[in-house]
Design a protein around this ligand. Structure first.
Ligand code: AMP
Length: 121
């Protein structure tokens, strides 16, 4: 059974125009915005336009076209901002650090990063 999607979240409000955001890319499937609290010189959030709670919900319930388009958009955004090397993060659930329960990924770049675990990312 799907987890219940709650529209009372900031990304739903950004997608539906109730809240302004620093939008840097949009296509049929995603919008991308600059993170309001960046942890690196480049910190972009790629947000699914359709409502999924998290990665698990997305990968189980989105169409193959949606899933492919989502990841192709990430590649396009990286090209648009001339990012050759970056970290792509999706926090899947509370214990993984997810705080907004609308599926999204973080593109983090512009600095030399260390290994992932216990580095606070
Ligand atoms: P996560 O913790 O993986 O769910 O990521 C949520 C991200 O959303 C955090 O990095 C926040 O800084 C970011 N965030 C929260 N509200 C906004 C907003 N209004 N505009 C841009 N980024 C936001």
């Amino acid at each position: 059974m799907n987890k219940e999607y709650n529209k009372d979240n900031v990304f739903y409000k950004i997608i539906t125009g109730q809240i302004n955001a620093d939008k840097i890319f949009e296509d049929d499937f995603v919008i991308a915005i600059n993170d309001i609290n960046p942890i690196a010189p480049v910190h972009i959030l790629v947000i699914s336009k359709k409502n999924y709670v998290d990665f698990t919900d997305f990968v189980k319930n989105a169409s193959v076209e949606e899933i492919a388009s989502y990841y192709q958009a990430i590649d396009l955004i990286a090209q648009k901002f001339a990012l050759q090397e970056y970290r792509l993060v999706t926090n899947n659930g509370h214990d993984a650090g997810q705080s907004v329960f609308h599926f999204h990924s973080h593109i983090i770049g512009g600095i030399k990063m260390d290994t992932l675990i216990n580095k606070g990312l």
